[in-house]
Design a binder for this molecule. Structure first.
Ligand SMILES: NC(=O)c1ccc[n+]([C@@H]2O[C@H](COP(=O)([O-])OP(=O)(O)OC[C@H]3O[C@@H](n4cnc5c(N)ncnc54)[C@H](O)[C@@H]3O)[C@@H](O)[C@H]2O)c1
Length: 362
């Protein structure tokens, strides 16, 4: 049997731990894995594009465990009442190749993305950062807000979205958390939200080279957490921001970021640093208080590996037991796969049961 975590179970697990503590624990797991970067088999994700979106497969392995995530990105989905991003994934045992866990990863992607953003900001943003502009107030935004409040000490959050209803939703959800030390300001434009902010998080969705941030908005010392640009032809920053003489660009995994990140707008030799080098202390995340730091996030498979392993453990440690599904046959004779299949079919016939395949009325 293979452990199974559906959306309801993730809701339960996260509620028990608390979203902020969950992301803090996940950030610790992610950091530990980035610190053993060389142990991982890594590759850019496999992306299948269409006019309206992308479906991606993201594998990672440390030689003991293997994981992959299926994730989509369809910015127009929300107009049809669907999520822009959905995901699920598998954690497997490398020694046998058997899957250990099949899990939802839609909530988990939002949690791990925010945990990763906060982890990067911890080594890149100015320590005194208290004000964050949050541009794009959709499905990912609460997670970013909570992670930066809890892990970075953000105390003022400036919201802007081209859809005012999205900002209303974000404000309402944050107010429900009753974070007395978080001041929320709704802004009329991106420029207004960004002015004077220590950190700017962009988490918008549009399949184009958008200009969410333009050069005149950027002030010395700012940290930009650019999350929404994550596909070829889907970016958020004006290229002049990336080319600033005082800018430092940090990415997750350079070969993938060259294809999908903000840096797809730059020549392949433009210098960038991987976050693993910054976390290990091999490279600085920021040189001084006036440098503009840019975390060009696209989402890397290693982060999902950490998240799946964390969920697997949390789920197993829970006192109320855990669900499992029969994804892999369990056989007395592992060479007799056909015999087991025929036996199952025969038993069902004898018992007058319908075949296992569900008939869907036309
Ligand atoms: N880097 C990563 O690891 C990672 C992980 C998850 C999602 N993402 C990306 O983050 C983005 C947001 O995801 P989501 O699930 O929140 O999507 P969503 O569709 O729920 O929200 C996106 C929001 O952006 C707003 N928006 C679009 N254009 C804008 C503009 N010009 N200015 C201000 N707001 C604008 C939309 O109105 C919407 O409310 C997507 O592009 C997704 O692909 C990245």
């Amino acid at each position: 049997m293979v452990d199974y975590i559906g959306t309801e179970r993730v809701q339960e697990l996260v509620t028990r731990v608390g979203a902020a503590s969950f992301m803090a624990a996940l950030a610790t797991e992610i950091e530990a894995d980035y610190l053993r970067w060389s142990e991982f088999t890594k590759s850019p994700r496999h992306a299948t594009h269409s006019n309206v979106g992308v479906i991606e497969l993201m594998p990672a392995s440390d030689g003991q465990l293997y994981s992959f995530k299926y994730v989509n990105g369809h910015p127009k989905n929300t107009a049809r009442g669907l999520l822009t991003v959905t995901a699920f994934g598998v954690l497997s045992d490398v020694a046998t190749g058997y899957p250990l866990l099949l899990s939802e990863l839609t909530y988990t992607t939002a949690l791990r993305t925010a945990a990763m953003s906060a982890l990067a900001a911890r080594v890149m943003a100015r320590r005194s950062s208290r004000v964050m502009a949050l541009i794009g107030n959709g499905a990912q935004s609460e997670f970013q807000a909570i992670a930066f409040h809890h892990l970075l000490g953000i105390r003022e959050l400036r919201l802007f979205d081209t859809d005012p209803a999205a900002s209303c939703k974000l404000e309402r959800n944050l107010q429900r958390l009753a974070l007395s030390d978080l001041h929320i300001v709704r802004c009329a434009t991106t420029a207004e939200a960004v002015r004077g902010a220590d950190i700017v998080t962009t988490v918008t969705a549009d399949k184009c080279n958008a200009l969410i941030l333009t050069p005149e908005m950027i002030e010395p010392g700012m940290h930009i957490n650019a999350v929404g640009g994550d596909c070829p032809g889907k970016t958020e920053l004006h290229p002049h921001i990336l080319r600033r003489a005082d800018a430092r660009i940090i990415v997750e995994y350079e070969p993938q970021s060259r294809i999908e990140g903000e840096i797809q707008q730059l020549e392949p030799s433009f210098p960038v640093t991987e976050i693993s080098a910054v976390l290990s202390g091999a490279a600085p995340g920021r040189a001084d208080d006036r440098e503009v730091t840019i975390f060009d996030s696209v989402g890397f498979a290693l982060t999902d590996f950490s998240a799946l392993r964390y969920l697997y453990r949390l789920n197993r440690e829970a006192r109320d037991g855990h669900a499992a599904i029969d994804l892999v046959p369990e056989l007395e004779d592992p060479k007799d796969l056909f015999g087991a299949l025929a036996e199952e079919a025969q038993l069902r016939r004898c018992a007058g049961l319908r075949p296992l395949r569900q008939e869907v009325p036309a």
